[in-house]
Design a protein around this ligand. Sequence first.
Ligand code: FAD
Length: 428
Amino acid sequence: MSQTVKRLKYDVAIIGGGPAGMMAAGRAAELGASVILIEKNASLGKKLLITGGGRCNVTNDTLDVRALSAKLKNKGKFLFSAFAQHAVRESLDFFHSHGMETKVENEGRIFPVSNTARSVYDVLVNYMKNGKVEIALGITARSFHIRLSKIVGLNIAGLGTQSIVADSYILATGGTSHPETGSTGAAFPWLALAGHTIVPPDVAMVPIKIAEKWVRDLSGVSNQNAKLSLYENDKRTASSIGRMVFAHFGLSGPLVINFSGDVREAMQYAESDDKIELSLDIMPDYDPAKLDQKIQEIFKTNQNKKLKNALRDLVTPAMVSTIITLTKLDPEKEINLVTRAERLVLGKLLKDMRMTPTGFLGKEKAIVASGGVKLEEIDFRTMQSRLISNLYLIGDVLDIERPSGGYSLQLCWTTGWVAGTHAVEKKF
Ligand SMILES: Cc1cc2nc3c(=O)[nH]c(=O)nc-3n(C[C@H](O)[C@H](O)[C@H](O)COP(=O)(O)OP(=O)(O)OC[C@H]3O[C@@H](n4cnc5c(N)ncnc54)[C@H](O)[C@@H]3O)c2cc1C
């Protein structure tokens, strides 16, 4: 895989090395096209590798095309002509013929038998390698150069005034969720400039319900400067700082509401044995060492006070008894008797109060609605833009609501395969 671009003219240029882009690239190359796939990360499929808790729910056992379309509610009607060419049966045949066995689990969720997303990744990378797709990693596409409703070049960061030229361009840059994987929605402004309508993402900003009683006991207590982090199987996947308030059901306030989209998505794609947790840091301005120093200073000036009283100099009084309960420290203990180990337990808790999200307040949606390009502007027989003749749009770039259960990736296989097929059809 290259870090640079070997030449500047290709039959097909694909932007985005996620599941949709890789499927499209492999398919176009299989049909004989010279293909370049441009990925801004140093590796392909970062989001793909975290799907299904790392096991990748690759599709759903909904073999009937009508039933499959019905799963996408009012968006299903658009997909019908694409599913008629490549749906679940064809995707399963594709993965099986490339040596990846699958199994069906509850609610028809299909996983690789190997239980790892790496198997799906390997199939796609080999598919591209077999077709001699040029994979350009660490290269960021900046914008399209459009003339008379046709793309005449793709501007690339670092290539100066030169651009990559192709007969067809397939845009597979993903949506806006989990931006740390590379899906930052960077292409939406270029598409808007080209006349496409971008439906804003519906991130369902709502308060979060929490299981732990101590959270509900603090109802009404607010914190002007708190940091909330999301942990998926002990790995931090998102965090944000702002104002929050404890409520009788869990957490609310601007910080929590803005954060709820990430939490909702994590919970939706989680497997039953996945651990989804929130961590609250009520001292975000202090790193652990600085915080310990601050605690020591407060302890020094409160030597003869009881712990429960000294803590009032550290946190809002309303939180003192919660902190005592969670650290299991003796509230009556005199500060000069508090040990170093006890002090460290206190510091650790102030920076990491764990909570279990159980749901959301208001209308709970069992659907992922990510926003994206308006579907009326796409010809689903080919995945071609109706506004720019040599542009194809696939995967999470499209505004398609779908339930969890493997449908998101099925949309990548379908739209990627259809675009890869039709992007080359005028040529061969
Ligand atoms: C935690 C989680 C778990 C999930 N689990 C499942 C599951 O089990 N089953 C399922 O069906 N779906 C699942 N999904 C959804 C699924 O991952 C997405 O639908 C899918 O990854 C979308 O693929 P894509 O190729 O359209 O975009 P992405 O996977 O987002 O890939 C887009 C790529 O484009 C690159 N890119 C962006 N801008 C540029 C640029 N300017 N230049 C070059 N490259 C660029 C990005 O770096 C990225 O690699 C999950 C999602 C999440 C967040």
